[in-house]
Write a protein that binds this ligand. Structure first.
Ligand SMILES: Nc1ncnc2c1ncn2[C@@H]1O[C@H](COP(=O)(O)OP(=O)(O)O)[C@@H](O)[C@H]1O
Ligand SMILES: [Mg+2]
Length: 300
């Protein structure tokens, strides 16, 4: 596998530095602890930073308030059958922003992403996209509206590279898919060379690249990525990060679920999720400085 030689085409500037750090201060969660349960604060010491309790943030159920807010998640509860996994998650993604959802194994990251795309029902709370409630919408409606989901597997191994990409562009006219595929193949030369081969014949790293190409072909407004690093050796993780840096255009916001803190490099801000609750949120710098993040995740 090689790193993509292609750079964004002329007129497609790098996303570097284009995403403004959000002006919010680091905050403890507004997820409501149960009665009698202590607030999960004190997760970091005062170090002169602006960690604060969440004031002035929207209450559960209220739509997002900031003008550039793309996704607003309020008090979301979800799970499987009788088993509740998410216990009132609040999270925002602004337009053009990359948000990292950090959490250990079984924290509830995949459950949250599945709930956001509509593969799992939202039991309580609300999900708003561009100001509109979408939590009762079917997944295909959310996809048509501009949300894409890259699962941990990312691709269909038995389908060819071309077919996987065609699926990613399922809701688009064929001509548009072909045109965008050509552009993506410049970014992913390994895929171009094997475009008729089954995805299952690709290396782990190449499969991730295909997974990324498959979701990028739709040019989504919001891309939900579930553990793009999973199953990859560190050298390939670096390549995935590099590819995301160079291939994500201005128009796409990202919500990346990860256990690997290396992805903080891409993030404007992030959330630490633990046992289905937001434990901590803040800007990249705040999370990098956070004891909770450092203690839990560095050295993974
Ligand atoms: N399909 C499923 N059916 C039942 N329980 C599940 C399913 N998927 C995940 N879980 C459970 O939900 C909890 C959160 O899992 P998950 O969202 O996959 O965490 P993460 O993605 O952060 O590793 C875990 O306790 C896990 O065992
Ligand atoms: Mg997961």
């Amino acid at each position: 596998m090689s790193t993509p030689q292609g750079r964004p085409k002329a007129g497609e500037p790098l996303p570097e530095g284009t995403r403004e750090a959000r002006g919010e201060s680091m905050s403890t969660p507004q997820g409501r602890p149960k009665a009698g349960e202590p607030l999960p604060e004190g997760t970091r010491e005062a170090r002169g930073e602006s960690m604060s309790t969440p004031q002035g943030r929207p209450k559960a159920g209220e739509p997002q308030q900031t003008s550039n807010s793309l996704l607003a998640v309020r008090d979301v509860q979800s799970g499987y059958g009788a088993m509740q996994v998410l216990w009132g998650v609040d999270l925002d993604v602004a337009a053009g922003e990359t948000v990292l959802l950090l959490g250990a194994n079984s924290a509830g990251k995949s459950t949250l992403l599945r709930t956001l795309i509509g593969l799992l029902p939202c039991w309580r709370g609300s999900i708003s996209f561009e100001g509109e409630r979408i939590d009762a919408w079917a997944p295909d409606q959310r996809i048509r509206r501009g949300i894409a989901f890259m699962s941990e597997l990312g691709v269909f191994p038995s389908l060819s590279i071309d077919e996987n990409i065609a699926l990613g562009g399922y809701f688009l006219p064929d001509a548009k898919v072909r045109q965008r595929k050509e552009r993506l193949f410049q970014l992913f030369p390994d895929l171009a060379a094997k475009h008729r081969d089954a995805a299952g014949t690709l290396s782990g790293g190449q499969r991730k690249m295909l997974g990324i190409a498959k979701v990028l072909v739709a040019e989504p407004k919001l891309l939900l990525m579930d553990e793009p690093s999973s199953g990859l050796a560190p050298v390939f993780v670096k390549q995935v990060i590099q590819v995301l840096k160079t291939s994500i255009g201005h128009g796409t916001s990202l919500l990346i679920a990860e256990q690997n803190v290396a992805f903080l490099e891409l993030a404007d801000c992030g959330y630490l999720i633990d046992h289905g609750r937001v434990k901590l949120s803040g800007t990249r710098a705040e999370l990098e400085a956070s004891d909770a993040v450092r203690e839990t995740y560095f050295g993974l």
